[in-house]
Design a protein around this ligand. Sequence first.
Ligand code: CTP
Ligand code: MG
Length: 241
Amino acid sequence: RRIKGEVVLKDVTFGYVPGKTVLKRINVTAKPGQKIAFVGSTGAGKTTITNLINRFYEIEEGEIYIDGINIRRIKKDSLRSNIAMVLQDTHLFSGTVRENIRYGRLDATDEEVVAAAKIACAHSFIERLPEGYDTVLEGDGANLSQGERQLLNIARAAISKAPILILDEATSSVDTRTEKYIERGMDRLMKNRTTFVIAHRLSTVRNADLIIVLEHGEIIEQGTHEELLDLGGRYYQLYTG
Ligand code: CTP
Ligand code: MG
């Protein structure tokens, strides 16, 4: 069975406002199932790349292809069902915990919801909520902590069958103990999916198939962890702090 999820960015140039280029001629090829990491300082353009893959914005120059199809020609809801994401700003809606985890997978059983919550280390806090999985979340999950909201987003990604996964500081609000605990779950999440991962903590990107270093919207270095350390450039500087 051929797994899906090839993502190609070809000469992508983009700015949010006219006259201010945020990404310059970005070329990236992610083969199905690969883990690609973006690193670089604040404002380098990491989140912007994933915004474009998600087609939250239209590209000015260049093209993005998913499994050979230009994303301009992919319907929005089809794109949504092909990309799962856990972002720094969580997205929850007013509804029950169960509904929030299930999200696009309306066919998912209660057992699958619990299994996904366990992968995300969310099961134990959910069980402590007044109505468990039937607890109604206020808009954007205001009655949960930031970390708990991220765990629910991870559970949602776990239940999704999307071949592409975007993790943008996915565990940034989770305490270090839970983060350590969740590592195996994150590995399961990434298994057989093309994953784009953004993390300030470089320990979470070192096992990526390809690490791309961005600076001021340009790719300045790319390679594996070992290759980039040998290079002794920007990644080496970031890594050795
Ligand atoms: N930007 C913008 N309008 C937005 C979002 C971002 O003009 N709606 C600009 C930012 O000011 C920044 C550049 O785009 O100069 C890149 O932003 P971003 O891709 O979000 O940077 P990251 O590399 O993701 O930075 P961080 O590590 O802080 O998340
Ligand atoms: Mg960012």
